[in-house]
Ligand binder design. Structure first.
Ligand code: FES
Ligand code: FES
Length: 159
């Protein structure tokens, strides 16, 4: 099969890859770029485990064809924080026990990063809406919502 060149910025770095045109963004991330923090769940757009930010907006990477990201900006969980310098959302998840098995966590955090970047204040309904496409099999929603609320209460998302 023919290949196509795709150029994009991922976690702040320019990349160019040559790939088959029919692979998904999820496949590109995990299988070609070794960014396995983005999880492969249902692969039909229902679980949110594969959520990343495309030009700042959360999308299910399993539903995006990789060539569609040409010229665009991608953020994945690998760009969110580091072990020694956690993003405030990551720190709140740890502090409030919002991670159980952790399979949904990268996708949840990317959905919430879009909320965090766009808003100075949120209520519980905003948080619920932001993660409405992210399924948690461990039913940890209450701790997750409390964790996010604590970030906004502290005002640590304000410039
Ligand atoms: S793996 Fe993409 S939504 Fe489930
Ligand atoms: S923490 Fe296990 S799926 Fe959410």
């Amino acid at each position: 099969m023919n290949t196509v060149k795709v150029s994009f910025v991922i976690n702040g770095k320019k990349r160019e890859v040559e790939i088959r045109p029919n692979i998904s963004l999820l496949e590109l991330l995990r299988d070609h770029l070794n960014l396995t923090g983005t999880k492969r769940g249902c692969e039909v757009g229902e679980c949110g485990a594969c959520t990343i930010l495309l030009n700042g907006r959360p999308v299910n990477s399993c539903l995006v064809l990789a060539p569609q990201i040409n010229g665009k900006t991608i953020e994945t969980i690998e760009g969110l924080g580091t072990e020694s310098s956690l993003h405030p959302l990551q720190k709140a998840f740890v502090d409030k026990g919002a991670v159980q098995c952790g399979f949904c966590t990268p996708g949840m955090l990317m959905s919430l990063k879009a909320l965090y970047d766009g808003r100075a204040a949120v209520n519980r309904d905003d948080i619920k809406e932001a993660i409405s496409g992210n399924l948690c099999r461990c039913t940890g929603y209450q701790q997750i919502e409390e964790a996010v609320e604590s970030v906004f209460t502290k005002g640590s998302n304000e410039p």
